[in-house]
Ligand binder design. Sequence first.
Ligand code: PMP
Length: 405
Amino acid sequence: PPDTVPQAPEDPLFGLARAYKADPSPNKVDLGIGAYRDNNAKPWVLPVVKKADDILRNNPELNHEYAPIAGIESFTSKAAELMLGADSPALADRRVTSVQTISGTGAVHLGALFLAKFYKGNRTVYVSNPTWANHHQIFNNVGITVAQYPYFSKETRGLDFEGMTAAISAAPERSIILLHPCAHNPTGVDPTPDQWKQLAVIIREKKHFPFFDCAYQGFASGDLARDASAVRYFVEQGFELVVAQSFAKNFGLYGERAGCFHFVGAPAADAAETVTRVASQLAILQRSEISNPPLYGARIASTVLNDPQLFAEWEENLRTMSGRIIDMRKALRSKLEELETPGTWNHITDQIGMFSFTGLTEPQVMKLREEYHIYMTKNGRISMAGLNTHNIDHVAQAIRKVVGE
Ligand code: PMP
């Protein structure tokens, strides 16, 4: 009966977007949205995506038949190479199986569902505190317990590496450890290469299972290989692991839902058979949930990933996006410092990727919203892509005012 279904709260991010839309002020600024915007605050269709779209439109061979259950092979194979490196030992050994998913969310879900059914270790996933809020719901939905490891230091506004490693060391053996390989959401704070090495040592000692969620490859540094280096390092170290891969941000294909889930087996004589068995189960899970994945986004990505010239153009487009974001970080920091805003602001340029954890308190965030029409999430996270040369002075001055009071 309907009265047994309680009202659920609105998703905070989509609630924020609604509040922004309803604000009639011409000076309003949206720093909530997790999507790239150009310098005029408009969504940006990547020029290389437009080209791929033209190529697809002019291809008379294409139709609307179903994709295979595991997705378009020319897409998933290149997606695996992009994440793991074309020269990956795991690919050479045929120790990888890949499934096209409903973007990154679907990949995290498929991985969670697979582990809920088949993982024989401690069925608790440790996620960073804070993490992308959806991680909690996705794992809870499939019956995996969610625990947290410390991640963000409020004092330094950088990584709480001691807290993180202590919690991962103290977790029961064979727990699942969820890691963001680059451009951590929401903090913009990543471990250094040396810290990744130390994490790998602890995770191996405790026989934990690494689950990488990679939503921003190429978006953090502008360099695809560098942004995947944590995943590649763990693969080189011989871990069995999984990766959720999203093409929403790096191709600007948000609504097209292009993504991929990869299972990488550990090097072993029977590794290829293990991976075959895993692939057979993933196919059944996929079939029961979505039957087969959507075509369009994967076709666009596949067209670019399989053509060296288009690939090079894509890298150029990625540098345009990451470069503009880095410029905005520099500009915001220097303006806040010029205005002698109380506190330190080096974290704005130290953090990377789409987001910055400003350290603004909830009352300050609410004041920015109500008095200055600047919208961000209550935890003080701002999307750097919402800043541009037209609004940055207004934003810096408003932050100066609310912090100085
Ligand atoms: N993981 C993380 C950490 C994210 O930030 C996002 C996007 N907000 C996703 C996964 C999934 O995004 P999508 O489903 O749009 O690919």
